[in-house]
Design a protein around this ligand. Sequence first.
Ligand code: NAD
Length: 291
Amino acid sequence: MKVGIIGLGNMGGRMAKRLLEQKVELGVFDLNKDFVRHFVELGAEEAGSPAELASNYPYIITVLPNVHIVKETLTGTEGLMAGFQSDSLLIEMTTSIPSVTKELNAMMKDKGFRMIDAPVSGGVKKAEDGTLSIMVGGELTDFEEVEPLLSKIGANVFHVGEVGAGHTIKALNNMISATTLAATGEAMALGVKMGLDPNKMLDVINASTGKSFSSDFKFPNQVLTRKFEVGFTLDLMVKDLNIAMSMAEEEKVPMFISSSSFQLWKHAWSQGGGDQDHTAIVKYIEDMFGV
Ligand code: NAD
């Protein structure tokens, strides 16, 4: 199988490595030439532009920071659309805005090209292990065509609806994840302020109804160790929350809990340091609580 990938950062780089390990013939493009060189050393082929990649590889994966970059990568002068063949299939794995994804899909369809959205969840650890969750929006036949490929990087690959549906559920998932981390951060900081031992608190919470991925994984590995190792930045989390909130705006529904959490995330982000790991939100809470 010949696959081209654009975006070799924290997530895309780990996915590319998995694909190479599983003998996928891989073409790569990234603005960061050090990343490209690294993958060429591992056996990938470098493309000079997205158009060149699209003309040589029938399946193209994009794992880019945001939808604006995806759009430019698709439609720019040397963009993917300048190179796509009639059977090309774009697998758009960026966390992105569903309404814009639908517009891009309509544009692709007009030219006779195919697209699915397939954002991921699980962070760098699961990307490394090939155990990501992948949520796909698109034609069922396109999904079935690429499911074996996606299974090389994901342990749970879901078809969730038409194009845009993957990006919709991904934004909702991250809204839950962000809100849970913020709520756990507040509870932990309050407990510490009241004299409780944070390790003991986690033991109790993880054996009780307050348990979540935040208490079970992020707190023991990132927060209590004070590592805050960068895997998923604060910048990206705030981008995702903006997407979820704009979806609620479009649908004209209130988001009482999520919008409070969003304000906290935006507050932390506005202090600077968007390139820190998103788990650093806990440090802002601790500062507010004076612990
Ligand atoms: P990243 O910033 O680490 O990587 C982005 C890569 O894209 C970089 O290598 C950068 O050089 C490259 N790039 C930027 N503009 C480009 C362009 N115009 N052409 C080619 N390459 C370009 O980001 P990431 O953490 O890998 O996240 C990528 C996407 O995956 C985001 O949409 C993010 O929301 C989503 N995501 C991230 C995580 C995570 O844990 N990091 C988890 C799930 C989803």
